[in-house]
Design a protein around this ligand. Structure first.
Ligand code: ZN
Length: 164
């Protein structure tokens, strides 16, 4: 409940105007509401179809229930991705409060507005998103780490004295 946001509001560090941030915040809150509703109803569906298949584990019933099982798997998959998205939305709302919203979490550059318009929860620009998807950069307990250094981002002074 205690917010230490007073000093932090001064250093928003965001390339976006307060009005723009307010708009993205609205979009994120809407999305969060929508996702919360979806995750809840999907959980209910998945739980009830699990119950249904619990009764019929005998091999004879497997073919008969194949379509149920398919629906159940599908429901679980959906929950996963909706929950992932929900987490991103909540992280973005946190960044709005803390002041890093609209900044790529790997390279620190502003995330283009066209991208935020499509995905207000984006925390990486396209370039770093690709690096992450290719496994060349990774999240490390909320931090990001570039695993491969082509010199493209090389402005680090600590390059030369790395002990083996
Ligand atoms: Zn980046």
């Amino acid at each position: 409940m205690d917010k230490a946001a007073t000093a932090q509001e001064a250093r928003t560090g965001s390339p976006l105007s307060a009005a723009e941030i307010a708009e993205y915040r609205e979009a994120l809150l809407d999305k969060r509401e929508e996702l919360t509703g979806q995750v809840e109803s999907l959980s209910r569906d998945a739980a009830s179809s699990t119950e249904a298949t619990e009764h019929s584990k005998s091999p004879l019933n497997i073919a008969e229930n194949a379509s149920d099982t398919f629906e159940q798997d599908f429901a679980f998959l959906s929950i996963e991705s909706e929950e992932e998205l929900l987490e991103k939305v909540e992280n973005a709302l946190e960044r709005i409060q803390e002041g890093g919203y609209g900044i790529c979490e790997i390279c620190g550059k502003p995330i283009p507005k066209v991208r935020l318009d499509l995905m207000p929860w984006a925390d990486l620009d396209v370039n770093c998103q690709q690096l992450e998807e290719q496994g060349r950069a990774r999240r490390n307990g909320g931090e990001f780490e570039i695993l491969e250094d082509d010199g493209a981002l090389g402005n680090s002074a600590a390059d030369d004295d790395g002990a083996p």
